[in-house]
Each structure stands twice: as C-alpha cells, then as structure tokens.
Design a protein around this ligand. Structure first.
Ligand SMILES: [Ca+2]
Ligand SMILES: [Ca+2]
Length: 317
C-alpha cells in the first residue's frame, strides 16, 4: 500500500511537474510572442522612417537630374553616405528609347508592330488579331475592321464600355485590349517596349539594338554595332565620349546599309536622333529601404513640363 501510495504521490508530483513545465512553456511562448509583436511594431516604425528617408533620397536624385546644368554623366547623380548607407542613384534616359504605341497605331505602321509581335512569339494570326484590336481601340469610329475588336467583341467578353476609341493615355489602358492577355502571360515585361509620352519617333541614340532592328528592318547584329559605335571608346551609354548619330545617312552607314538609299522606305518616319522627352529614374536608399521613382518630363525652353511621376510599379503619385 505504502509503496503504491508512494508511487501515487510520485505520479502526482510528476503530473504537477509536467504542468509546471507546460505553464513555463506557455508563458515563455507568450512572452516570446509578445516580444515578437513589440519587435515587429518597432520594425514597422523603423522601416517607415527608413522608407521616408529613402523617398527623400530618391527625390534629391530627381531634382539634380532634372537640373539643366547637370549632364547625364555628372558624378553628382550618385551619392552614398559611407556611414549611414543613405543615398541615391539617378539616371537620365530618353523616352524615345521605346516605341510610341499611339504614333505607330495612328500612322498604321503595321510593319514594326508585326515584327515586335513575332519577336514576342505570337503566331501571324494572333499578331493580326492583336494589331486589329489595337487599331480599332485608337481610331475614332465604331466600325470593326477585319480581325479587329469593337464594342460588340468587348460586350461578348463581358467588358462593356470598351474600346475607348481614342489614343492610349497610359500603358495601363493597353492591358484592356482584346488579345493583350496572351502578351501579359508570355511577355511580362512588354511595357518596356512602349511609351505613350515620347514625341513619337524611336531615338536611335538611346534605343536598344532589338528595337532599332525592328524600326530599321536590319539585323540585330547590325543594330548592335550601331549601339557599340554610339557608346564611344568607353563602351558605356550616357558618358562624355558618346558619339551620337545625327542623320539618316550616318545611320545607314553605321548599319552597313551603304547609304541613306539603303534604308527601308518607312525608316525616316520611325526614327529620330534627339528626343525632348526624358525619363529620369532615381533610386533612393536608407537602411533596408529602397525606393525607386520615375519622372517623365519635357524640357520646353527653360521650362520643365512634367508628364508623370511614378513609383517602381508604375503607380502614379
Ligand atoms: Ca474604333
Ligand atoms: Ca560612352
């Protein structure tokens, strides 16, 4: 009996001990969770502070890059505080480095858009349908063209009120065009090819080789040798030694097409050598926060006309 009782006592002691362990464990967990919550509040405050500081840095970069006295290669466009790590990197780019989608559509330049859609992997039938839908979107009438898309088509897709029958005001509207869902799925970065803010033509002194090849109907290799030429001896874009192409004759020579007569007939309407609309991209950093801001502006005499201020996702401010 005693032994049993003893065993019983020891069992009770054992249970009590386990219960104490549980209480300690649960309390410990609670304290740990509480500490985590407090910590995450502190982190939120810190990161909010860092985000604001990063935003201030990004804006400093924008302000300097927009200053007409600051050249694109000026070292002032990059700053990093050695102690705090705070700073910005700003770049001045030409908005003409992208195809102006409105200009191509209003001019009905099917050649360039078909080349682009083929590069994106659309088959000819898909390319024709997308081209027709884009043309119908920007033209003023409501008559559906062959392979096009007007109100009836969009109503059938459960999208009443489309198309807008006017040029695109932003690339976000382009997503609504019938057939763009395939492009979104296959070419997630399609926005990088287009603008609606440039003055209209592709700036051959800033565009990537594949876009120059599509505008000029030449090989990507020929366009790449033009890009290499314009970058100058240091091989880098937007530096003091750049050699801009200034005429159709020079363009044709650098593309190894002999002379101006070697260019495709549509080229003069598609390309330019200077672009008044600039894209300033500035990345601000503070602590763990990184914030990128993009401003699109035109230098109009001494005046700056700002078209759009965006965050890194293209959202407007
Ligand atoms: Ca229309
Ligand atoms: Ca250079």
């Amino acid at each position: 009996m005693i032994a049993l009782s003893h065993r019983g006592n020891s069992k009770r002691h054992g249970s009590a001990l386990i219960a104490v362990f549980w209480v300690v464990a649960v309390l410990g967990f609670a304290v740990f969770t509480g500490a985590l919550l407090v910590r995450s509040d502190v982190d939120a405050i810190l990161s909010r502070k860092e985000l604001l500081a990063a935003e201030r840095e990004a804006d400093k970069g924008i302000a300097l890059a927009a200053n007409p006295l600051v050249e694109p290669w000026d070292p002032i466009l990059q700053r990093r505080d050695a102690e705090t790590g705070e700073g910005y990197e700003a770049r001045v780019l030409s908005e003409g480095a992208r195809f102006n989608l409105n200009t191509l559509l209003l001019r009905e330049d099917r050649v360039v858009l078909k080349r682009l859609f083929a590069k994106w992997g659309l088959d000819p039938a898909e390319g024709d349908a997308l081209l027709g839908a884009l043309l119908d979107w920007v033209d003023a009438d409501s008559q559906e063209r062959l392979n096009g898309a007007e109100a009836g088509t969009y109503a059938g897709r459960g999208q009443p009120g489309l198309p807008f029958n006017r040029p695109f005001q932003s690339l976000d509207e382009v997503v609504l065009v019938a057939g763009m869902e395939q492009v979104e799925a296959r070419v997630p970065d399609w926005r990088n090819y287009f603008t609606v803010w440039s003055s209209g033509k592709l700036d051959v002194n800033e565009a990537e080789a594949d876009l120059i090849a599509m505008a000029c109907g030449c090989s990507v290799e020929a366009a790449a040798s033009l890009v290499k030429y314009r970058r100058g001896a240091d091989g880098r874009e937007n530096t003091r030694d750049d050699i801009p192409v200034r005429s159709l004759e020079e363009l044709a020579l650098e593309l190894s097409l002999g002379g101006e007569s070697g260019l495709e007939p549509g080229v003069p309407l598609r390309v330019s050598f200077v672009e008044p609309v600039e894209r300033i991209e500035s990345t601000g950093r503070a602590g763990n926060a990184v914030l990128r801001r993009t401003v699109i502006l035109r230098r109009d005499g001494g005046r700056l006309v700002v078209f759009r201020v965006m965050d890194e996702r293209g959202n407007l401010f």
